[in-house]
Design a protein around this ligand. Sequence first.
Ligand code: DAH
Length: 350
Amino acid sequence: MTLIEELQALAKQARADLKEKRAENLDQIRVAYLGKKGKVTAALKAMKDVDPADRKTVGQVGNQVRQEIQGLIEEQKQAQAEKALAKQLAAETVDVTLPGAKPRLGNRHVLQQIMDEIEGHFLGLGYQVIDDPIDSPEIETDEYNFERENLPKDHPARDMQDTFYVTPEILLRTQTSPVQSRVLEKHDFSKGPLKMIAPGKVYRRDTDDATHSHQFHQVEGLVVGKNITMADLKGTLLSIMQELFGEKHQIRLRPSYFPFTEPSVEVDVSWDEVTADTKPEDIRWIEVLGAGMTHPNVLKMDGVDPEEYAAFAFGLGPDRFAMLKYGVEDIRQFYLNDMRFLDQFNERGN
Ligand code: DAH
């Protein structure tokens, strides 16, 4: 067999190998024919024995054979890659006609919606919103929760707020009023008056029933500056009530008692709209919050001179607002996480 015949036989064999084995291991075949110790390489080593006159032709055949085998291997490689890709694409097909699973979207809790509305209103009036755990902690000291609010240890008005004590001096705050002192004692009046609200959770040792929850919410308000009067308080409360209940509602102040304000008032809002034709005796009033002019003792304890500065404060209850606004008869509904209840306040309307 001449070298040319030998080379052609190798090419034939390689074609058969590549076809038959479906070339699972193309590298192995490449090494077997074209590698350093491969069959074609070995055959070409006999070149030195070929008649110099024939070397050119034999060399050309050798190259052709090498190129053919190389080309076939490349072709196979490509075919394999295409097949693998097609297989993967087939496996990953998405049937866009299948009905989708609708994810349940979250929604602001109804109480959060009311608190956000109150916050938005006061932000618009230039108030600071204090709700960080440093100035508005839910675990408070007796000092800030009571004493600094003009409720010394033996004060009978402490009975109005049954308290969860952690230790004799530490408790779960019963009101957001302590936030007033925490912020006021640090306030720098050279930068202007203090105007703040403090929305947050409060706790009382009440037995839960339709109108009591051991945890509920308050939004505290405090304005301290020069020449602050009861008229400022009334105007401010009217603006927030009209925001929450509607422009046509009115408010009424009734004398009341809180240890930290003097005078103290309880504030009623008209249940119905009031127009020029409404007779005063026809208005139905509902009580919505407590307020007053901050007691001089409170200002003094917070390092503010009551001769120079005056202040008003108020405390409103978002839970009560939500009950009134939506006709919810049991406060516990807000804390049960019953989706049938909560979905009624879904802002997306679905
Ligand atoms: N802290 C009072 C309470 O929990 C609510 C309150 C009333 C707050 C009058 C005030 C206020 O700031 O002036 O019952």
